[in-house]
Design a protein. Structure first.
Length: 308
């Protein structure tokens, strides 16, 4: 790890969280907040197509178990460090086999629309909302961040629509759902009335999808979203699979939005043979509700009455 990037992070960490304690047998493990939190620091250059490659040492991860802890991912020209809550991904990592050097190999893809974690044979996970210091400061009692509220299915649809509009996309929402959207969250929103003619073969399936982003002024799909509060994730994946099989070039951005607790269910279903065979398991991403809220903030959409 380039010393100046690590040193810059550690200096800022001391300013925000107080004294640090370096854990034995590693130059990357620290306790902060008088032992309240453990962090594991990893760095990578950003390579072609916005990919950063990281090795997570199995022995180092053992030191995080049983503690509130984060894996901190750093890369060049990063606006703020990314704090991945280890407990949320611990079981997924334990199901992997480390490489010969004792490390789990993971990738982070940084692009204009999202930041995503990729673990081979597991899946993709959206990391928006995890950049910045607030998660750490919240655990050590120094946060001033707003509490993310509990939102309904229609409110999540509303936010995803507003975020897509702010990013410059046209928006499709099923006709029957449009009257249910929260106008306080979307404000004035234009919805595309006609879906891409090239996908007329599966128009009935597309019309059931919760939110679709389309490139403005074209029929190119930029993102497909299903909100799965309590409904079967497998059904949503089947819809995605049909779209992908009919036109593999239609989009590379299929996204399931659900509560963090449903992440293992997403992984289990996505790695069924039918989705591995089609390739959907390589391009479908899991978003937590806080990822949506994080994207809302990062793209500058006013949160209106979201915290009332």
């Amino acid at each position: 790890m380039p010393n100046f990037i690590k040193e810059s992070f550690l200096n800022e960490l001391k300013k925000r969280a107080g004294s640090l304690i370096k854990l034995p047998n590693s130059n990357s493990l620290f306790e902060v907040g008088q032992g309240a939190v453990r962090i594991y620091i990893r760095y990578s250059k950003v390579h072609g197509k916005g990919a950063a490659f990281y090795g997570l040492r199995k022995d180092d991860l053992h030191s995080l178990e049983g503690y509130p802890s984060f894996i901190v991912f750093l890369w060049d020209n990063q606006p703020e460090p990314l704090f991945l809550p280890y407990g949320a991904y611990e079981q997924l990592l334990k199901n992997l086999e480390p490489a010969a050097d004792g490390q789990f190999k993971v990738q982070i893809y940084i692009n204009a629309d999202s930041i995503e974690l990729y673990m081979a044979r597991v899946g993709r996970f959206n990391l928006e909302g995890l950049s910045g210091w607030e998660q750490l400061l919240r655990l050590i009692g120094k946060s001033t961040a707003k509490i993310i509220p509990e939102l309904s299915h229609s409110q999540i649809q509303s936010l995803v629509s507003a975020i897509g509009c702010a990013k410059g996309y046209d928006i499709w929402v099923p006709l029957n759902d449009r009257l249910k959207l929260d106008s306080e969250l979307t404000r004035d929103m234009y919805y595309r009335e006609i879906l891409p003619p090239s996908l007329s073969e599966i128009a009935d399936i597309l019309q059931e999808i919760d939110v679709i982003w389309l490139q403005r002024g074209s029929n190119q799909i930029a993102g497909v979203f299903e909100v799965e509060h309590t409904t079967p994730i497998y059904t949503a994946l089947l819809r995605f699979n049909d779209v992908y099989l009919v036109d593999p070039n239609s989009t590379k951005a299929f996204r399931i939005i659900a509560d963090e607790a449903r992440r293992p269910l997403f992984v289990r279903h996505l790695n069924r043979p039918t989705f591995r065979s089609s390739g959907l398991n390589q391009i479908c991403t899991f978003l937590e509700y806080r990822n949506i809220y994080g994207s809302l903030v990062s793209c500058g959409v006013p949160d209106y009455n979201i915290n009332k």
